[in-house]
Design a protein around this ligand. Sequence first.
Ligand code: NAD
Length: 968
Amino acid sequence: MAEIEAVGELVKLQPGAALSQRITSAALQLAERVRGTRPAALSAESFLRHYGLSTREGVALMCVAEALLRIPDPETADALIREKLGGGDWDSGKESSFFSSAADWALLLTGTLARWHEAPDEGLAPHLKRLVARLGEPVARTAVRQAMRILAEQFVLAETIEAAVARTAARRPYRFSFDMLGEAARTGDDAARYLDAYANAINAVNAPDAVSIKLSALHPRFEEAKRARMFAELLPRLQALARMAAARGVGLTIDAEESERLELTLDLFDALSRDFHIGLAVQAYQKRALAVCDWLVALRRPLAVRLVKGAYWDGEIKRAQQLGMADYPLFTRKSATDLSYVACARRLLEAPEAVYPAFATHNCRTVATILELAGGRAFEFQKLMGMGDALHDALLAERGVACRVYAPVGSFTELLPYLVRRLLENGANTSFVHQIADPEVPLEILVADPVAALPDPYAPDPRIPLPRDLYGDRKNSLGLDLSRQDVLNVIAQRISSDREVPLAGINSTSPEALDAALARACVAFESWSRVPATERAAVLERAADALEARMLEIVSLIVREGGRSYADALSEVREAADFCRYYALQARRRFAEPLLLAGPAGERNQLSLHGRGVFACISPWNFPLAIFTGQVAAALAAGNTVIAKPAEQTPRTGLLAMQILHGAQVPRDAAQCVIGEGASLGARLVADARVCGVAFTGSDATAKRIHAALAARAGPIATLIAETGGVNAMLVDSSALPEQVVDDVIASAFQSAGQRCSAQRILFVDAACAPRLIGLLAGALAELKVGDPAEPDTDIGPVIDAAARAALLRHIAALRSSARLIGESPLAPGLQGNYVAPIAFEMPMDALPRQEVFGPVLHVCAYDRENLDDVLAWLRGTGYGLTLGIHSRIEGFVDRVVRAARVGNIYVNRSMIGAVVGVQPFGGEGLSGTGPKAGGPHYLLRFATERTLTVNTAAVGGVTELLNRPAD
Ligand code: NAD
């Protein structure tokens, strides 16, 4: 649903003017109470009062908080502290600065309050420096660590559930819902550990306290595509927990997670709530929130619902943009979320026979609204541990409503990422907790009716354009949401019906036909090169639209012909469309009008770009659509005509792409597809003197052959753009978050069965964190499904052909005897085809491969921090320079690696595959390619020839601009 319509519905459900007025005055009273209460020294409010997240210091503290406690080695911990806390304006002299009004925060450094009271005017940095100088880094490190723990204690009830339960007594009459801290499970072991922890918690707590569970903690593959597995494996776990909870009369609530997991969560909840009385969290920021509440009420079962605003807003927006989704799943404006919250609350309160609602909020206006709407019906409020104390204390004391604390339990190491998430969420400028802490924000504004804050007529936040409009100057390609069951079904059905007809045989192009095609291309060049660049651009934009319109058909073909998964095939289509639009834009910018150059009076000088002639475009099978289309689109945009040869393994995809280009009115002779073996037809093509340039992507060896063939030709020297392979590595230091690293390694090394030029071949990991990371990696490998790419739950399809498989199996066999096996994915017995199970080995640096191993094999090397330079030297020594990944929280480390690297595409703290056209222009250096980068601003220039035109304008009538200039 579009946001405008969704908000239209919500507005109808808001309180009327008189009620709103009452709510405002009640909210104002609450807000005055809250602002008048000095926040606890180490509460989130206090943090936010002293450090906006927009300040460097606030960010620095968060960085340290997020990473410090998990860093195993002192050197890296010191580096982090030095880097993040060594600079910054810790005491700006403002009234609310760090030490003058919140000396308690000094605990962050020393754990001894008194000492800092003595020197309230001094900043943290000088203190830190002095402390370091006097006591040495180890002591400073211990102090900061301890301070982080003290900070953590404000947000986590205890490290064990037993201790947490014991601590509740002092905090009655609050009720508690315990949350077991930690990242989502990556491995079966993780999930088993969480299951134990939840079971243990259910047994330890007593009603009315309750337990919250996260489905992503209970299964490492809690994803829509794994729906059947979730019902087979996750549901029984949930039933077991629900049974235990029921037996003890303890409430159990399923936490809300990212929107792509919503449907699956609801369906599991449906199955579970048939037999058990359980609870579900609903996020008001989702546009579907009201519909979810309606659905829950319509279940007509006794259940509990926790209404929250939602914690992943920024991540969801980013994801929707990256996936090219048609729209956002969330509201773009905070005020719309506030409306949604009220509308949902209304729905839940209206069904007291079925739903027991809990309203999780720290917002005075929201609280006042609920109090008005509830009208005596049963409900409770909820708050996060360490936040909103003043408000909820007042509610308990004066209103007699039940309040529950959502209380994390677990080790401090695991707390900190959670804490940072909470601080980010509440530190946002739009957040109530942030604004109530800021005395500059008038309370009247803070508690005003959110309806009044909406633009009239409603419009989504213009600073958050739809994913489609992300780039401003060209359309972003449209994606498909593969986290939706209906979308997966449509693709699966299409492939299965297409499969009823086997792929058609394709005839090779004969030498004579190639000759004739070249002749036609030469003739066509005369006209195509004269077509104005803007028209050539328009043709390519039509082709992009057609690619998107035929998405399903193309995805089906790529899956069948190339053995690619849905996600891979989909990103092929998107990339192809992006190439067309991006090169169209570049053609308009650079080719449409000549560039006027400065010069003497009486002379006009201009520089213009033109096509060179006939280009040969030779592409590999591993991106059968995107690279094929990208090369052809670039050559055409620059005014060349094209003979394109797809790889022998994927000719049909190339032919379909060509058909689409022709359908968009590329003249038939301006772009032609020829089919055949590289060694014969490909070699013949590049040896032909009519070919003025070659755009090649493929292996290093082939590129060298083409280079030699071009050099051997008589006539003009041809252009060669070659993009070749790489020996791509990721470097991980001990400040990195292991779970995030493993996610990115699994994607980078194994997606597309490792058959991406950008794929990760090597993981260099700091020895201090290697054991943990390697353990996670092994567990995550065990969770991958290798199989038929036509099945939506397949993670890894086959490698391209039997020869590729045989070579990979030989390599793996050799490693089995020479290296240490870390882990491998299971292969279903009886699976027929060119399957190679993803696998990882550990080995010393001198045993690492120096050649590209084109498949799902990861080589892991643990390095000592002191030897980082050797690692960097090794990388340069391969001679390749395509992609490089870095995972670290320490900028100094990142900078050092970046400075040393000679690599085309470097990715920090993310996966190292999936470059986006125009965003991460792609291509390597050294043995990895000649450049310029595909999908970058300089690519088209290599396809062009430049001409200058100089006209002596003085030849007729003198230097008119001098003679006719206005009088002084
Ligand atoms: P390949 O070199 O075997 O084939 C690439 C293309 O060249 C095919 O169309 C083939 O038919 C053709 N060809 C082969 N011999 C030829 C000759 N003598 N003259 C003219 N054409 C000839 O590569 P591949 O196995 O299809 O692709 C995998 C390789 O491509 C890997 O090394 C991978 O790293 C690389 N790759 C690089 C990029 C990049 O952007 N840098 C992108 C994708 C793939």
